[in-house]
Write a protein that binds this ligand. Structure first.
Ligand code: XMP
Length: 517
């Protein structure tokens, strides 16, 4: 792999993704990992990330010079660049010239390894207080900026490279090109990390892990569980049984999408449990959000556990035990829980977290090396329906936490109808990939006066909550075009009886969460 050494930057995962966008496999490792351990991973190249510190600060992360002497191509970014300078005997100084944001860099050699094929003047994204004033011996300086006389250097002999700016952010015009030049020209790597190769590798790994055993998967209809199931299906076919719990809190068409389209496209063996009544009964009269979440989580586990027992009892005609459970864990979760390799780190996913002890499964986590966008590519490669591959995030508790008030069959029907209209119009306007998600919320305990037809109405408001986000940790409300809002509002108030008002949530996160409950 290409190792991305994390110096505490918010950018390390982004760098790893950019490396993969160049079709080269990458892994994030902490800067605290000893060099011997990094080298044991047989890295094809190393990228040193940025970081918040100043290299001369007490306690600042240091770069072990041994990493630069191992014959592995190295590319330093921002703090990583400065740490190379420090390790190799150049000078990093407080020049007093800080640069934050877009800056013009001046490249002195557009035929160099990093800058081949680019323009001499290019916009780059900077975020630094210290600057390199003197390059280490043997380094050729190939770019400068107003605040950084040494803004890039290259040494083709030792295969050491670096830039002061952040090539991984899109504001650096040639950022991806610089990174690709390092990987493909500098390090001489082949761009072989493609969706079809990935599928082949993962399928092989699943076969090896699972052997003859039987595998169980809880299918939610979301991207991750669907792609994970499709991969396992491709790997071991009949040895997989998927369980889909229809809790009645899904949006219009979603259960059918899983039960029909997904099954037709992938051929998985699917057990559908219709638990709609059970959930409605359990939720009757409950309006407290946390209480609702607890009930939905608890009922889910009950239903899934029973289904799992049935499958375990009957799944495999040849007498193979049900040994494995599929989890849709993604690479960011793996990085964040600190474990690049080694034993599976079981996240307490509400779907399966509460399985009883006598149902002990080993985990199959076919997506644990992948980022979300790669999961989508793999899904497309496997023929998973596009409606599932491009699905926006949808909470496990579903529409249950989008009805403010208690949940009834009638209220679910109202919300489902309104939600369907909003989704249709957003899709028709081509906005699906511009918004992160758009919860549609029914204020079931609120009524307001309206006039519809010739009469006075006393109906419920529907809230539209379109948000833009990178990772759902923070979000901003999306500035949807007025004409799209007008169409949604017009259709909902005309087509959904009981709704006489549509309002727009214009709150960012924080302070508001994305969901209302
Ligand atoms: P909040 O409302 O906390 O939501 O800003 C952040 C993201 O998480 C989703 N969400 C959930 N997903 N189970 C899930 O699988 C849940 O209980 C849950 N609650 C919120 C939400 O849709 C948003 O994408």
């Amino acid at each position: 792999p290409v190792l991305v050494v994390d110096f505490g930057a918010q950018y390390a995962q982004l760098i790893a993704r950019r490396v993969r966008e160049a079709n080269v496999y990458s892994e994030v490792v902490p800067h605290t990992m000893p060099v011997a351990e990094m080298l044991a991973k047989d890295p094809a190249a190393v990228v040193l990330s940025g970081g918040p510190s100043s290299v001369y600060e007490e306690g600042a992360p240091t770069l072990d010079a041994a990493l630069l002497e191992a014959g592995v191509p190295v590319f330093g970014i921002c703090y990583g660049f400065q740490s190379m300078v420090k390790a190799l005997g150049g000078t990093v100084a407080h020049t007093g010239l800080r640069e934050y944001g877009a800056t013009m860099a001046s490249v002195s050699d557009t035929s160099s390894t990093l800058f081949n094929g680019q323009t001499a003047d290019q916009s780059v994204w900077m975020s630094h207080g210290d600057s390199v004033s003197e390059a280490p011996a043997g380094m050729r300086v190939t770019a400068s900026t107003p605040g950084a006389p040494v803004a890039a250097f290259e040494d083709d002999e030792r295969k050491l490279y670096g830039v002061q700016w952040h090539p991984e952010v899109i504001h650096s015009t040639f950022g991806q090109r610089v990174l690709e030049n390092f990987l493909l020209r500098g390090a001489g790597l082949e761009p072989t990390w493609t969706a079809s190769n990935v599928v082949e590798d993962l399928v092989g790994a699943i076969r090896e892990q699972v052997g003859d055993a039987h595998v169980l998967c809880a299918l939610s209809g979301g991207v991750d569980s669907s792609v994970a199931a499709a991969l396992v299906q491709k790997a071991v076919g009949d040895q997989l049984t998927c369980v889909f719990v229809d809790h009645g809190l899904l949006r219009a068409g979603e259960a059918e999408q899983v039960e029909q389209e997904f099954v037709a496209a992938t051929g998985v063996d699917l057990v559908v449990v219709d638990a709609r009544e059970q959930f409605l009964t359990a939720l009757a009269g409950v309006s407290d959000p946390e209480e609702k979440r607890k009930i939905i989580g608890r009922e889910f586990i009950r239903v899934f556990e029973q289904a799992a027992r049935d499958v375990v009892g009957s799944a495999d005609a040849e007498g193979h035990p049900v040994e494995f459970l599929v989890q849709g864990t993604l690479y960011p979760d793996v990085v964040e829980s600190g474990g690049g390799t080694g034993a599976a780190n079981i996240k307490s996913h509400h779907n399966v977290g509460g399985l009883p002890e006598d149902l002990q499964f080993k985990l199959v986590e076919p997506l644990r090396t992948l980022f979300k966008d790669e999961v989508r590519q793999v899904g497309l490669e496997l023929g998973v329906p596009e409606g599932i591959v491009w699905r926006q995030p949808f909470p496990g508790p579903g529409l249950g936490i989008r009805i403010v008030g208690d949940v009834t069959a009638e209220r679910l029907e109202i919300l489902r109808a309104a939600d369907q209209i909003a989704r249709e119009e957003l899709t028709a306007a081509g906005l699906d990939r511009d918004i992160w998600q758009c919860p549609v919320v029914l204020l079931a305990d609120v009524r307001s006066v309206g006039v519809q037809g010739d009469g006075r109405t006393y109906g419920h408001p529907i809230v539209l909550r379109p948000v833009s986000s990178e990772d759902a940790m923070t979000a901003d409300w999306t500035r949807l075009p007025y004409d799209v809002l007008a169409r949604i509002s017009g259709r909902i108030t005309n087509e959904v009886r009981e709704v006489n008002r549509v309002v727009l949530d214009v709150t960012s996160k924080p302070p508001g969460t994305i969901e209302w409950e």
